[in-house]
Design a protein around this ligand. Structure first.
Ligand code: ADP
Ligand code: ZN
Length: 292
């Protein structure tokens, strides 16, 4: 069976047509500009695929904030956002109507978590977390097989944490200053090391200890709240700095103390097995779930 997926990102959107993770039939990238331009282009690509190859269902993994409540009159829309023109944009109902297939709709990070559980680092687990560390810090959290959702989708990247001893840096989140995103996102690191450039910073530079600590504190919150089987950390920062994973794990173990031993000695904090494809394949996994 063939499935279509769209990952809506802050700077670009990826549409893919696939039979599974190892059988991607087509892939197109569209820049994220105005909703009309971007969704119009995506709609056009999907309609062509529908005509040429056909597909069973569509999955949409979107940047937030989005309405995920199927009982809400605004399900499938982008909620109030600082992204110009996108507040109140109808995404999922519009594409469902145009394409005439079942549509699954989730946050990008929940989609990535679901894909990793189906095909990657979370296989066989019922509880799993996927953290992206890129332009922002986002967390997809699946508990007892279901992605978490409340009056909104949780935003664990914005928890306030205890900083390391002697570290009082103010952070860059416009809402919380030194929340995890304000300390560990790409823009936060850039601000902290300026005028040095991020790709010129050595793997042993002390700034990575501060970043790893913030991520370890985030992981402690996730472990204490949901005790997932493993936590994958992806995104541009984590993928460019693979030394971070081991550091985060060591700091997490130290921070948890013996109170909560992890389910394995090492390899609890892992890279996403699907790498850069966790996002778009998340949308494919959502399509499969929408049809099921
Ligand atoms: P997005 O979150 O928008 O999808 P990415 O996951 O691609 O973006 O991550 C982009 C971030 O990765 C940028 O903030 C950038 O500063 C950061 N980045 C790029 N190169 C490096 C590097 N060598 N080391 C650490 N971070 C990097
Ligand atoms: Zn914040």
């Amino acid at each position: 069976m063939t499935w279509a997926g769209v990952e809506l990102g802050g700077t670009k959107c990826v549409a893919i047509l696939a039979r599974g993770p190892n059988e991607v039939l087509a892939r197109e990238t569209v820049p994220t500009s105005s909703p009309e331009e971007t969704l119009g282009a995506i709609e056009h690509i999907l309609a062509e695929w529908k005509k040429r190859e056909g597909f069973e269902a569509l999955g949409i993994a979107s940047f937030g904030p989005v309405d995920l409540d199927p009982d809400s009159p605004t399900w499938g829309q982008v909620l109030t956002t600082t992204k110009p023109g996108w507040s109140g944009t109808n995404v999922a109902p519009r594409l469902a109507e145009r394409l005439g297939v079942p549509v699954g709709f989730e946050t990008d990070v929940n989609g990535a978590a679901i894909a990793e559980m189906r095909w990657g680092a979370g296989r066989g687990m019922r509880d799993f977390a996927y953290i992206t560390v890129g332009t922002g810090v986002g967390v997809g959290l699946v508990v007892n097989g279901s992605p978490t959702r409340g009056f909104l989708h949780p935003e664990l990247g914005h928890i306030r944490i205890a900083q390391r001893d002697h570290d009082h840096w103010h952070g860059v989140c416009p809402f919380h200053g030194a929340c995890v995103e304000g300390l560990a996102s790409g823009p936060a690191i850039k601000a902290r090391i300026a005028p040095r450039k991020i790709d010129q910073i050595a793997a042993g530079d002390p700034v990575w200890n501060s970043v790893a600590w913030a991520l370890a504190q985030l992981c402690q919150a996730i472990v204490c709240a949901a005790a997932p089987g493993a936590i994958a950390i992806g995104g541009g920062v984590a993928q460019s700095q693979p030394q971070l994973l081991g550091k985060v794990e060591r700091m997490l173990v130290e921070s948890l103390t013996d109170y909560m031993p992890l389910p394995r000695e090492s390899g609890y904090i892992v890279a996403p097995a699907l790498g850069r494809d966790a996002g778009p394949l998340g949308a494919i996994a959502l399509a499969m779930n929408a049809k099921a």
